[in-house]
Design a protein around this ligand. Structure first.
Ligand SMILES: [Fe+2]
Ligand SMILES: [Fe+2]
Length: 163
């Protein structure tokens, strides 16, 4: 008989999901940086591309700590958010509304990540995996900072320019 699945399994499955998502994000960010007009927004996307590379490395460290292979699992949520970003790029190309549209898409990505990392940190702590929780918390901090920076850019420059 196979063992019933437990919280450890759930954590591993969710890590595979976010590992896939981070890899999708790292390839979407340069395209988003290229598409936008606002230098502030462009810079924010470029900075976050570098951070996202670190997020991928941290996840690989987490898989190693767990003694499990670093595998990806298709994350339909992130594929959907990225697909909507592509729609905005096509529909609002060359307009002032493109930047606010892509900024909003990027915030949807951050909110997805914040939700996932927050949950995984709680599970890791419950399982006594403090070293794992610590690594995930470093990434969560950067996702939250990025989200706040994007809000600031929206409120101070990008939205006003498009209005
Ligand atoms: Fe990330
Ligand atoms: Fe992110």
């Amino acid at each position: 008989m196979t063992e019933p699945k437990n919280l450890n399994d759930l954590l591993y499955e969710t890590l595979k999901d976010i590992y896939f998502a981070e890899k999708q994000i790292v390839s979407a960010l340069p395209k988003m940086a290229e598409a936008v007009q606002s230098p502030e927004l462009k810079q924010a996307f470029q900075t976050h591309e570098g951070q996202t590379e670190t997020h991928i490395e941290r996840l690989e460290q987490v898989f190693e700590l767990l003694g499990k292979p670093a595998q990806q699992k298709t994350c339909n949520a992130i594929l959907g958010i990225i697909e909507e970003g592509k729609e905005v790029m096509e529909e609002f190309k060359g307009t002032d509304a493109l930047d606010p549209g892509l900024l909003a898409g990027a915030q949807a990505v951050e909110h997805y990540e914040i939700s996932r990392y927050g949950t995984m940190i709680t599970w890791a702590k419950t399982l006594g995996l403090d070293d794992v929780a610590e690594l995930l918390a470093m990434t969560l901090d950067e996702e939250e900072e990025t989200d706040e920076l994007l809000s600031e850019i929206a409120e101070t420059t990008v939205n006003a320019r498009a209005a």
